[in-house]
Design a binder for this molecule. Structure first.
Ligand code: FES
Ligand code: FE2
Length: 425
């Protein structure tokens, strides 16, 4: 439970809000590289931290991320012509380069210097892991966002994105809450494939979550009892502000280790909307197999067109997430197809910004509580020291892992070399 004031602090992302200012200290995903794959190809709208932007790749291959609206009379540059090293407004032809400079103004006489005084906001970008990352802050950008998955070859990873219609924190908290998999994502019959991932998702409710604060956010273990004095330890990470890593190493038999890493990024579009990036990767030498690639597709649900224009889901609030009550009785716990759809449905059902003054948190909410504590601690500090967690590249070596170990093994020491590997820089 949070006070009304604290709930506002951890949810508001505009440029004048404390969280909005904090978010602007990080590289954040803006879109996928392949959405603007071609030089001079169509521009793409980007909504990020309450700002409306447009992304394009110019003739020379450089990425521009600039204000969406033309400085003349505010027409959207989404309609623009991407031509000859700039984006030209279709209303009267003003043209902007990737730095937001107005480089042509056909409506004015050639001798005027009006053009040189016109500039749209433009943000630096970097491309890593198939994602275009943007830095919306002041001053120099921090170290580039390098994760294990961003360093994988393109044939070893897949990244998708989906618009979630609620505040970023309730989406992130869904990614951090490990206990819900035992209910929300459960299939009722062992042979059903309706939810995409059966078997391993039908698991006992956690005995406990154990959280360790780190210099990038936190690492936590969800520990579930097993027969014969053993326990199943699933180790997750949260890297400030929006990155979650969850383990997917144990195969369907619960024993075979597979070299799979995956996670999400919950990126605030504005106070009431979030762009969720979903990624999966395979470390080692082999490429991702077809079945492994399909894990991401399964998680979205498998009806054609699950995600439509603007990355909006077919299963959205307007249609009650297409919940099937018969399936809910007989096949899956939720009656909603697709792991991610199930997550989005419960989180969107809370309303655009959940009222945290009315919650009652319990034993399995330890990681959620720790997340809020870390965020609030930073947001309330009168003069916070140095960079916030997750800016310095101490997170480069994180990996989510899972192992079955003896009950008396301490995961923090026994598994540390696996979940926090030496960073490769
Ligand atoms: S509104 Fe863009 S050139 Fe006039
Ligand atoms: Fe989930």
């Amino acid at each position: 439970m949070l006070s009304r004031e604290d709930n506002a602090l951890v949810t508001r992302v505009g440029p004048d809000a404390p969280l909005g200012r904090l978010m602007r200290r990080y590289w954040l995903p803006a879109l996928l590289s392949d959405e603007i794959a071609e030089p001079d190809g169509p521009p793409v709208r980007v909504r990020l931290l309450g700002e409306s932007l447009v992304a394009f790749r110019d003739t020379g291959g450089r990425v521009g991320l600039i204000e969406e609206f033309c400085a003349h009379r505010r027409v959207s540059l989404f309609l623009g012509r991407n031509e000859d090293s700039g984006l030209r407004c279709v209303y009267h032809g003003w043209k902007y380069d990737v730095d937001g400079r107005c480089v042509d103004m056909p409506t004015e006489p050639p001798e005027t210097d009006f053009r040189s005084r016109i500039r749209l906001a433009a943000y630096p970008t970097v491309e890593l892991g198939g994602v275009v990352w943007a830095y919306l802050g002041d001053g120099e950008a921090p170290a580039e966002p390098r994760f294990e998955w961003t360093g994988l070859r393109p044939d070893q990873r897949v990244v998708t994105r989906t618009w979630q219609e609620c505040n970023w924190l309730q989406a992130l908290e869904g990614g951090i809450d490990s206990a819900h998999a035992s209910a929300l994502h459960t299939t009722l019959t062992p042979d059903t494939k309706r939810a995409g991932l059966s078997g391993m998702w039908t698991v006992p409710v956690p005995l406990r979550d154990e959280v360790e604060v780190t210099d990038y956010g936190h690492v936590y273990a969800s520990i579930r009892p097993m027969a014969g004095g053993r326990k199943w330890v699933k180790v997750y990470h949260w890297v400030m502000p929006c990155h979650t890593f969850f383990p997917f190493e144990l195969g369907g038999d619960g024993e075979t280790l597979q070299p799979i890493v995956n996670g999400h990024m919950f990126v605030p579009m504005d106070d009431r909307n979030t762009m969720v990036y979903n990624w999966i990767g395979k470390y080692g030498e082999a490429p991702l197999g077809r079945g492994e690639r399909e894990i991401l597709e399964w998680s979205r649900g498998r009806a054609p067109g699950e995600v439509g224009a603007g990355h909006r889901k077919l299963r959205n609030r307007d249609v009650d997430w297409l919940i099937d009550r018969e399936v809910q009785k007989t096949e899956t716990y939720s009656g909603i197809d697709g792991i991610n759809n199930q997550d989005h449905a419960v989180q969107e059902s809370m309303g655009p910004i959940v009222d945290r003054t009315k919650e009652n948190l319990g034993t399995t909410d330890a990681a959620v509580i720790a997340t809020r504590r870390i965020l609030l601690g930073r947001l309330k500090a009168a003069a916070p020291d140095g960079d916030p967690p997750g800016v310095a590249p101490t997170y480069y070596g994180v990996r989510a892992i899972e192992r079955v170990v003896d009950e008396d093994v301490d995961w923090r020491t026994a598994l540390k070399d696996l979940y926090l590997r030496p960073a490769e820089g």
